[in-house]
Design a protein around this ligand. Structure first.
Ligand SMILES: [Zn+2]
Ligand SMILES: [Zn+2]
Length: 315
């Protein structure tokens, strides 16, 4: 008998949550890497699935193997593809160890792969794009860890001036009056591996447009396992989903043993009314259906663009 072909691995989870895409692979204990191309960022690097290589900013939540194994490969592939050097932010206590690993690779390969590894403390922030900042939060896992938010800072006209005619606003500005104030918009927040901790109630998580959260355990009898491994259990999401204002919550880090239909049922239960805004990154079937629906709706709203697309030859 001819042996069966080896199973295909590494299918990429994909969600279009306008205006962003959330894509990657996340299976607890195996690999987690989730990118948001619009912000040029990837959270964790697992086994470095191909689509995340193009993100220049890598925010590493912690250094368990399933989140960091792809790091040297990520730097190396970016170099190989002539992309600018990737920049990895990580929990500060781990920066020197990651740098030591990269130095070992120089000896192993007899080749200098450029890399940038920068440690962060909770509360630190760095500008990753004009007006867009990566902020570190104190998560709580079995080893040093960080959660992250991507925050846009905008200048907004102060309310007392908002009804004035433009010319008057211009005069005030020229006269040196402080007419604007800074507002922050939390674009996306990523929990990384963590047990329930106060950072989950930080404004950046409460107000985030999209929250990407780990949830490793779904079985009611696995609450102890979640505690020991310092992970989120689906029951922990109940109060959070009631509080987070996110248009979309993306659940990652379910294990391979988790039955998707069971997990989905549990999520629907804890999400209640907002179940439709809660997605599982690795629920390929549901996400494909969702994308097809989005595509249909787009075609109805933009009939002219269908004909253009049909008339355009590929090549
Ligand atoms: Zn993990
Ligand atoms: Zn972990």
């Amino acid at each position: 008998m001819i042996p069966r072909q080896a199973p295909r691995e590494g299918q990429i989870g994909f969600l279009y949550l306008p205006p962003i895409r959330v894509q990657g692979i996340s299976v607890a204990g195996e690999q987690t890497s989730v990118s948001v191309p619009e912000y040029d960022i990837v959270f964790d690097i697992g086994l470095c699935p191909r689509p995340v290589i193009s993100s220049k900013i890598l925010a590493l939540s912690h250094t368990h193997m399933d989140h960091v194994a792809g790091l040297p490969y990520y730097f190396s592939q970016r170099f190989f593809q002539k992309l600018p050097t990737g920049r990895c932010y990580c929990p500060k206590p781990m920066a020197e160890h990651l740098q030591a690993m990269m130095r070992s690779w120089v000896a192993l390969e007899r080749q200098e792969t450029p890399y940038e590894i920068i440690g962060m403390d909770p509360g630190d922030e760095v500008e990753i794009k004009p007006n867009t900042f990566l902020r570190a939060h104190a998560s709580s896992h079995t080893i040093p860890s960080l959660a992250y938010s991507v925050v846009e800072k905008r200048k907004k006209l102060r309310e007392e001036f908002s009804d004035l005619p433009q010319e008057r606003v211009r005069q005030l500005r020229l006269s040196g009056e402080e007419i604007s104030r800074m507002v922050e918009v939390s674009l996306v927040a990523y929990t990384g591996d963590t047990e329930p901790a106060p950072f989950l109630y930080h404004t950046d998580f409460v107000e985030a447009r999209v929250v990407i959260t780990e949830c490793t355990f779904f079985d009611p009898e696995h609450q102890d396992k979640a505690k020991i491994g310092k992970h989120i259990h689906v029951e922990d999401l109940r109060p959070l989903l009631a509080l987070w204002k996110a248009e979309h919550v993306v659940v990652v880090h379910a294990s391979r043993r988790t039955m998707l239909s069971f997990a989905r049922g549990r999520l629907n239960d804890v999400a209640g009314e907002r179940a439709e805004s809660v997605h599982m990154l690795m629920d390929f079937r549901a996400n494909r259906k969702r994308l097809e629906q989005q595509s249909l709706e787009f075609d109805v709203e933009h009939p002219s663009e269908i004909s253009t697309a049909e008339n355009t030859e590929i090549g």
